[in-house]
Design a protein around this ligand. Structure first.
Ligand code: ADP
Ligand code: MG
Ligand code: MG
Length: 252
C-alpha cells in the first residue's frame, strides 16, 4: 500500500487563506474521515491535492509513497494511484461512462498491457450488479443528466474498477437516500484490504454508521484541530461541534 503524507499544507483561494497548516498521514489499508462544519476547508483540501488550478498552495508538501504529488501534472496524480471523488463531479459530454472507465484503467497500464474489452466488460458488469446500478448507465455520457445519487454511485463504480492506491472521497454521502447510502458504503467497504487507503470527507456522521474509519479528524478554520477514533464521530453527532470550538477557543 501507498502512504499519503500531507505536511503543513497552506492553501489560498484568490488571496484568501483557506488551509492554514494541515498535517495528515494515511497509510495503505487505513480509512480516515475528516468531519467539520461547512466552509472550514474540507473540499479545499481535496481539490488542492488533486491539483485544481484555483487553489494556490503557498506552503507545505504532499507525498504519495514518498513521491512529490504537488510536482506532478494532474493526470500523473491519477496514474500514480490517487483517486478523487468530487463533491460536485463534472459532466463529460460525448464520453460514455464505459469509455471513460476503460480509458482510465488503461492510462494506468503500460502500453501493450491494456485491459481486453472482454475482461473490462466482465468486470464492469460485475461492479454494476454489485452496486445495483442500471446497466444502461454505462452507455450514458458521464454524469450528464445524472441525478445526485447516480453521480455518487457512478463514482463508486469508478473506484471499484480503477482500484486506486488511495482515494479521497468528498461528501460521497451528500444527497443520498438511505438505500443509496448503503450501496455506496457497500462498494467502499468491498475495497477494504491491507493496501487500499481512503480519506472520507463528510459533514454528517451518518455515513460512518456504515463505514467504520480507523481515525476521525475534525477540521475547523483550515486546520485539523482534533483526532480520535469512531467514538469521536458519534460524539459529534450527539453534541455537535460547539464543544470543540470551546475547547479550541474558536469564536464565530
Ligand atoms: P467545506 O468543504 O469544509 O465546506 P470549502 O473548502 O468548500 O469548505 O470552503 C472553504 C472556504 O473557501 C469557504 O470560505 C469558501 O467560501 C471558500 N471557497 C471555496 N471554494 C472557493 C472558490 N472557488 N473561490 C473562492 N472561495 C472559495
Ligand atoms: Mg461545503
Ligand atoms: Mg465541501
Amino acid at each position: 500500500g501507498s502512504t499519503l503524507e500531507i505536511e503543513n499544507l497552506h492553501v489560498e483561494i484568490e488571496g484568501n487563506k483557506i488551509l492554514k497548516g494541515v498535517d495528515l498521514t494515511i497509510k495503505g489499508g487505513e480509512f480516515h474521515a475528516i468531519m467539520g462544519p461547512n466552509g472550514t476547508g474540507k473540499s479545499t483540501l481535496a481539490s488542492a491535492i488533486m491539483g485544481h488550478p484555483s487553489f494556490e498552495i503557498t506552503e507545505g508538501n504532499v507525498y504519495l509513497d514518498g513521491k512529490d504529488v504537488l510536482a506532478m501534472e494532474v493526470d500523473e496524480r491519477a496514474r500514480a494511484g490517487l483517486f478523487l471523488g468530487m463533491q460536485y463531479p463534472s459532466e463529460i459530454s460525448g464520453v460514455t461512462t464505459s469509455d471513460f472507465l476503460r480509458s482510465s484503467i488503461n492510462s494506468r497500464r503500460e502500453e501493450g498491457d491494456e485491459i481486453s474489452l472482454m475482461k473490462f466488460i466482465k468486470e464492469m458488469d460485475q461492479a454494476l450488479d454489485y452496486l445495483d446500478i442500471d446497466k444502461n448507465m454505462a452507455q450514458r455520457y458521464l454524469n450528464e443528466g445524472f441525478s445526485g445519487g447516480e453521480k455518487k454511485r457512478n463514482e463508486i463504480l469508478q473506484l471499484m474498477l480503477l482500484k486506486p492506491e488511495m482515494a479521497i472521497l468528498d461528501e460521497i454521502d451528500s444527497g443520498l437516500d438511505i438505500d443509496a447510502l448503503k450501496v455506496v458504503s457497500k462498494g467502499i467497504n468491498k475495497l477494504r484490504d491491507d493496501q487500499f487507503g481512503c480519506l472520507i470527507i463528510t459533514h454528517y456522521q451518518r455515513l460512518l454508521n456504515y463505514i467504520t474509519p480507523d481515525k476521525v479528524h475534525v477540521m475547523m478554520q483550515g486546520r485539523i484541530v482534533k483526532t480520535g477514533g469512531p467514538d469521536l464521530a458519534k460524539r459529534l453527532e450527539s453534541e455537535g461541534y460547539d464543544w470543540i470550538k470551546e475547547e479550541q477557543g474558536i469564536e464565530e
